[in-house]
Ligand binder design. Structure first.
Ligand code: IMP
Ligand code: MG
Length: 177
């Protein structure tokens, strides 16, 4: 059985729940007269999305996208590509839902790919952000928690695909995993 008592709790579920509800209320207020398309970035955001959606009251759709990384044989860096958009987003208000913004590279790719689909507006909601690591200028509209440069797991976030199934957000410690 997976037990997480060895890891230090950074943000307990109770706090996540409370903060997420607040964000949902803010979104309900900001978009009260608009139809919105939420775009959840899988896999990491699935728990945040479901928590958020318990409290979203506006008229909306939700769709899920993925950022696929593959290694470019020509150069050193990974190429990132946004996959899974089947909707017509032209003229629509889109809210991207992410688990964490670290350097901001993933989010900046998501934004630039989305812009090509000519939405009316793109807003960003992320559960976590690591300000000390940010390398891109990302306009974050809704932010759950600002955290230090620790690698975190749980509430959907993983380390090598594991540990998404903790209710609390924990500080990952390789020695204890
Ligand atoms: P970026 O550096 O902002 O592009 O972050 C890329 C991705 O790395 C995020 O979407 C997460 O999937 C992952 N990531 C960054 N920091 C953490 C962390 O502390 N825990 C788990 N995943 C992370
Ligand atoms: Mg992610």
């Amino acid at each position: 059985m997976e037990e997480y008592s060895d890891f230090e709790i950074l943000i307990p579920y109770k706090k996540i729940k409370k903060r997420t509800k607040k964000i949902a209320k803010q979104i309900n207020h900001d978009f009260k007269n608009e139809e919105v398309v939420f775009l959840g970035v899988l896999n990491g955001s699935f728990m945040f999305i479901s928590e958020l959606f318990k409290h979203i009251k506006i008229k909306c759709q939700i769709s899920f996208v993925k950022v696929a990384s593959y290694r470019n044989t020509e150069s050193t860096g990974d190429i990132k590509e946004l996959i899974g958009i089947n909707e017509d987003l032209e003229g629509k208000s889109v809210i991207i839902i992410e688990d964490i913004i670290d350097t901001g590279r993933t989010m900046s790719k998501v934004i630039s790919d989305l812009k090509k689909l000519k939405p009316k507006k793109i807003s960003i909601a992320t559960l976590l952000v690591k300000p000390s690591k940010l390398e891109y200028n990302i306009p974050i509209d809704y932010e759950g928690f600002s955290i230090k440069d620790d690698f975190v797991i749980g509430f959907g976030l993983d380390y090598n695909g594991l540990h998404r199934n903790s209710k609390d957000i924990l500080i990952f410690n390789a020695e204890k995993s």
